[in-house]
Design a protein around this ligand. Structure first.
Ligand code: G1P
Length: 300
């Protein structure tokens, strides 16, 4: 590692957020508003993901976006006029909330011009990485993983074992076919598994385990070479899962941290509503009244 990287082994500077999709499950809204900017109460989902990356030490958020979705990166720009207006009106707390996203970390974007899959999206980040960046984090903005902290744990595991570290959830067998699924064996740590293989969206009866990829990846930069060697896989797309499988086949160490907390899937209306309600119930101003209303509503 070069002298520029003063962070501990296993750490990373750039967090890649693939956000080029059409948001088909939220049409017609996503004709005009990118899915990543839909609010969870009052904060866009992508800000929650950016905050998680910053908390784990990321200094740069690299948004992989598509032409027409520039508002996603624009959301992270400073708006001094708005902040000054709010301050002049005595709304200091609101001004702070408006300042939070641009203050979290540096935000840049790259385009994915064709929707060729998650692997293809992540590959767009390769040319933008600094020569000294040995690893890169990838956070899928559809996935809210909570409590936060799993990325920090993943960096510790990379420092210990090297290679790449992903986040896994133990999912019910009937759900495995929606995910990338790991073939694992135990280590001394119950929450860390050694990965021997990974397969994208296998039929339930062919899944190697019930440990599914949960949208958080800490990838050795060798992934960019692997991404050049894959061919279209599940759904005819270039899959990140297949590039991880290539790394494993070529002898790179890959581990998962099993996350025992919660997860919301912001990528479809049913998961989005759960995330929204969950955040709302914990909100100091709105939580109690929503709880009361929900209780009454459910009795009807
Ligand atoms: C993607 C990944 C999959 C992963 C999932 C997590 O699938 O390809 O391996 O398990 O995210 O949310 P998608 O949900 O985009 O189809």
């Amino acid at each position: 590692m070069s002298a520029q990287t003063s962070s501990p082994a296993g750490a990373f500077r750039t967090a890649v957020v693939p956000a080029a999709g059409l948001g088909t499950r939220f049409l017609p809204t996503t004709k005009a508003v990118p899915k990543e900017l839909l609010p969870v109460v009052d904060t866009p989902g992508i800000e929650l993901v950016a905050a998680e990356a910053a908390e784990a030490g990321a200094q740069r958020l690299l948004i992989v976006t598509s032409p027409g979705k520039d508002s996603v990166a624009a959301y992270f720009r400073h708006d001094d006029e708005l902040v000054e207006t709010l301050e002049a009106r005595g709304k200091e707390e609101l001004a702070q909330r408006v300042r939070r996203a641009p203050d979290l970390l540096a935000v840049e974007s790259v385009y994915q011009y064709e929707p060729k899959g998650l692997g293809h999206a992540v590959a767009q980040a390769g040319p933008v990485l600094g020569d000294d960046e040995e690893a890169v984090a990838v956070l899928l903005p559809d996935d809210l993983v909570f409590p936060t902290g799993v990325l920090t744990r993943m960096a510790q595991v990379r420092a210990e074992h090297g290679g790449s570290v992903l986040c896994a959830f133990d999912v019910p067998p009937e759900q495995v076919s929606s995910y990338g699924v790991f073939d694992v064996s135990d280590t001394d740590d119950d929450d860390v598994k050694w990965v021997h293989g990974m397969v994208e969206k296998p039929p339930a009866d062919q899944a190697p385990s019930s440990y599914a990829a949960a949208g958080r990846y800490l990838l050795d930069r060798a992934i960019f070479g692997a991404l050049e060697r894959i061919t279209p896989g599940a759904g005819g797309e270039l899959q990140l899962t297949d590039a991880v499988a290539v790394l494993i086949d070529e002898g790179h160490p890959v581990h998962v941290v099993v996350h025992r907390g919660g997860r919301h899937d912001l990528g479809n209306p049913a998961g989005y509503v759960r995330a929204y309600v969950d955040h709302m119930l914990g909100h100091p101003e709105y939580g109690e009244s929503l709880r009361g209303w929900l209780n009454d509503r459910l009795k009807e």
